[in-house]
Design a protein around this ligand. Structure first.
Ligand code: FES
Ligand code: FES
Length: 144
């Protein structure tokens, strides 16, 4: 049972205990709280939990298969696209949703998919290269 105005991020983190999804601005501006709702990236801080009844909610905990990281997670590691990591779960969910609906995005489509996810650490080039790698482009890993 949730109150009508309870945001989805609160249910995910505090009721279910999946803390991979991050609180950031809590106003729809940073993307740290991005999850995938019925196949689309959604900001869980400005999404009401009651509006998700009956829908598929996927969080960053869904990406790895036991010890095996997803190809998007692997690409972020290979490209050094993680520094403090606070933005990373949201980035991973935006990229995962992009590649599931469009496995070979153009560079413009990659930029568009990431425009709602802010990172204050890595710079965006390594993140961009990680998406290119995950999409099958020939991008040399920075770390192996
Ligand atoms: S915490 Fe949701 S967009 Fe910043
Ligand atoms: S890695 Fe620190 S905010 Fe993106």
């Amino acid at each position: 049972m949730v109150r009508p105005r309870t945001p989805l991020v609160e249910v995910i983190r505090e009721r279910i205990g999946l803390t991979g999804t991050k609180h950031g601005c809590e106003s729809g501006a940073c993307g740290a709280c991005t999850i995938v709702l019925d196949g689309r990236p959604v900001l869980s801080c400005i999404t009401l939990a009651v509006d998700c009844d009956g829908k598929q909610v996927r969080t960053v905990e869904d990406l790895a298969d036991s010890d095996k990281l997803s190809k998007v997670q692997e690409a972020f590691l290979d490209q050094g696209a993680v520094q403090c990591g606070y933005c990373t779960p949201g980035m991973l969910m935006s990229v995962t949703a992009l590649l599931e609906r469009n496995p070979t995005p153009t560079h413009a489509e990659i930029r568009k998919a990431l425009e709602g996810n802010l990172c204050r650490c890595t710079g965006y080039n390594s993140i961009f290269d990680a998406v290119r790698q995950a999409a099958g482009e020939d991008v040399k890993p920075v770390f192996q």
